[in-house]
Design a protein around this ligand. Structure first.
Ligand SMILES: Nc1ncnc2c1ncn2[C@@H]1O[C@H](COP(=O)(O)OP(=O)(O)OP(=O)(O)O)[C@@H](O)[C@H]1O
Length: 267
């Protein structure tokens, strides 16, 4: 809590920006996300959404501004330090160890949290086996959260598409994070899979007190699940508000549909 009795936001971005040559891919990006809050990040293609994720995960270093995780300044940190601090993400293109089993994928993500030391690993000491058993137990619990119980021994690449996306979420949860960045998690899912995903996202927010920043093109999902929505266009923020406010915002409608006179001009 701060002096004013206001909780420190889990994520705070202030005037965050990056320039590639002459292009300001993201400019003056401000955002606060509270604990367990789910914020949507939307905008037309090329608006800068993925670049925001790349900035927050240390893939790109901001050329302007700052961002904080629970009050700790994160500028200049590498991706692994950012994951350790508690920010995890999933990708537009699924990134799993496709030839490894489902459970080993989760255990590999958990390994950053545990170390039994080389000697214990090489000689398979009792300490090694004890930790292995604990890892397996916890990995199974996480797989249960994303509705993948019973699929522990499947080769990850053989899972149906929607289940691979859920496995990615389990891997992110395994890093023990506070902020989860989801990049188009419903892409390629059918309505039933999307509904199940929605339930899982809400469950992990509430049970694990995790905050979520979500990039998603499926507007019905965004409108249904997000508490607030940030809209980007050409790298700048054009609106921020509740789903209802965003759905009725003229600038947002224009960004998605084009201005009326432009439509007439090209007709
Ligand atoms: N490494 C880079 N070098 C140069 N330009 C880049 C780089 N990364 C992104 N850009 C540019 O920055 C802009 C924003 O791209 P970004 O991928 O963040 O958009 P987006 O909103 O995620 O789009 P989409 O919905 O299509 O995924 C685009 O014009 C893109 O070409």
């Amino acid at each position: 809590m701060t002096d004013q009795g206001k909780e420190t936001p889990v994520l705070m971005a202030q005037n965050l920006g990056i320039q590639f040559g002459g292009l300001k891919a993201v400019d003056g990006f401000d955002l606060e996300i509270g604990q367990s809050e789910l914020v949507g990040l939307i905008g037309p293609n090329g608006a800068g959404k993925t670049t925001v994720f790349n900035l927050i995960t240390g893939v790109y270093k901001p050329t302007e501004g700052s961002f904080y995780l629970n009050g700790q300044r994160m500028n200049g940190k590498n991706t692994y330090q950012i994951v350790e601090a508690g920010i995890a993400r999933t990708f537009q293109n699924i990134r799993l160890f496709k030839k490894m089993s489902v459970i080993d994928n989760v255990k590999a993500a958990m390994n950053s949290r545990f170390s039994y030391g080389l000697v214990h690993a090489v000689f398979r000491t009792p300490r090694y086996w004890k930790q292995e058993a604990m890892l397996s137990r916890q990995a199974k619990e996480l797989l249960k959260v994303v509705h993948l119980s019973g699929k522990e021994d499947w080769e990850a690449g053989n899972l149906p598409y929607g289940e691979q996306r859920r496995l990615e979420i389990a891997r992110a949860l395994a890093t023990d994070m506070k902020l989860l960045l989801l990049d188009e998690p419903a892409a390629g899912m059918n309505p039933t899979e999307t509904e199940e995903l929605l339930e899982i996202i809400n469950y992990i927010r509430k049970e694990f007190k995790i905050s979520v920043l979500l990039i998603e093109h499926d507007m019905s999902l965004v409108m249904k699940i997000c508490q607030r929505i940030k809209v980007l266009d050409f790298g700048t923020s054009i609106a921020f508000g509740t789903p209802e406010e965003i759905a009725n915002n003229q600038k947002v409608i224009e960004a998605y549909l084009g201005k009326e006179e432009e439509v007439t001009e090209h007709a």
